[in-house]
Design a protein around this ligand. Structure first.
Ligand code: PAF
Length: 305
């Protein structure tokens, strides 16, 4: 029997997983907004790394949680980090609390809020390096760069639910299961702290962010703050290791428009509060230097005023 998955958040990562999962699984999009009737979301998937491959077409139903007739076996939460906690709370007013939930958010902060509010729910985190862009009104999802997704349990309730992950490991996307997802979450946070705000402030691609005068001026102190963050998180990286990771991602995704710059360009709220905001508050709480992260948080927030 196939499982039935529901994906909440029909942005680029939600649509990417929906497109790759539909060959084996029944997938719906789910929304916490009221809908007068289910809708059909239609889009095509373009694989930028295989320019001659035909685009696949996808038609996926969007259902409202309030009128759902059959509960999904598990949920992928692919909303932005700032709406994740409220969306999760709203979903589980209707869903059985034992329905496994996979959190795909960038940064850290939303995961902790959800862990506190849904202790009985099997919670997993996903850390992805997939590059995907979806810009309405275009109906093409561009799978810009192949990456890997790590999945891992976040709470004791998730420990005996490895079966929930099988469907996610069996697509043509590269995916792995780990028993300790926290180092991956912290290391991704560190990469996002070093790349995303500079792309947003300079309106540039990832590869150009590390060449900006501001990055070059900030980098010695930012690298030190991020290394100290990794040690506090018990996922220690030396300053040289922080630099190697950040520069490797900036180079391998050099042509990408970061998720933060995509948000700024489409005048949407950014995830800065869960990225540099989370980093500076965590460093401050532990008596460590945090001024570069705080300044970046303030300056990206100021872009919206
Ligand atoms: O947020 C993003 O865009 C991505 O996490 C990253 C790593 C910066 C690559 O674009």
């Amino acid at each position: 029997m196939t499982t039935s998955l529901a994906i909440v958040g029909a942005g680029s990562i939600g649509r990417l997983w929906a497109a790759y999962l539909t060959s084996e699984e029944h997938v719906d999009f789910l929304t916490t907004r009221p809908l007068s009737a289910p809708q059909t979301l239609t889009y095509s998937l373009k694989q930028a790394f295989s320019p001659h491959a035909p685009q696949s077409q996808h038609q996926i139903t969007l259902q409202a949680i309030e009128t759902l007739e059959q509960f999904p076996s598990h949920i992928l939460l692919c909303t932005k980090s700032h709406s994740a906690a409220n969306t999760a709370l709203e979903l589980y007013k209707h869903l059985p609390h034992r329905t496994p939930l996979f959190l795909f958010q960038n940064g850290l902060g939303s995961q902790h809020k959800i862990l506190n509010t849904l202790p009985e729910t099997p919670l997993f985190a996903a850390v992805t390096t997939e590059g995907a862009n979806f810009h309405p009104p275009s109906l093409t999802l561009n799978h810009a760069g192949k990456g890997t997704t790590m999945f891992g349990p976040l709470n004791p309730a998730a420990q005996h639910h490895e079966d929930a992950i099988q469907a996610l490991l069996n697509t043509n996307l590269s995916a792995q299961l780990t028993n300790d997802i926290w180092p991956s979450l912290w290391h991704k946070l560190i990469i996002n702290c070093a790349i995303n705000p500079y792309t947003a402030l300079a309106d540039c691609k990832n590869g150009d962010a590390i060449k900006t005068p501001r990055f070059q001026q900030d980098w010695p102190n930012l690298r030190q703050e991020l290394s100290s963050l990794s040690r506090l998180a018990e996922a220690p990286l030396s300053e040289q290791e922080v630099e190697a990771k950040v520069f490797a991602v900036a180079t391998s995704t050099s042509e990408n428009i970061s998720s933060m710059l995509q948000d700024v360009r489409s005048e949407k709220p950014t995830e800065i509060d869960d990225i540099n905001g989370f980093a500076f508050r965590y460093l401050a709480e532990h008596g460590k230097s945090y001024s570069v992260n705080k300044q970046l948080w303030e300056d990206v927030n100021a872009l919206r005023h």
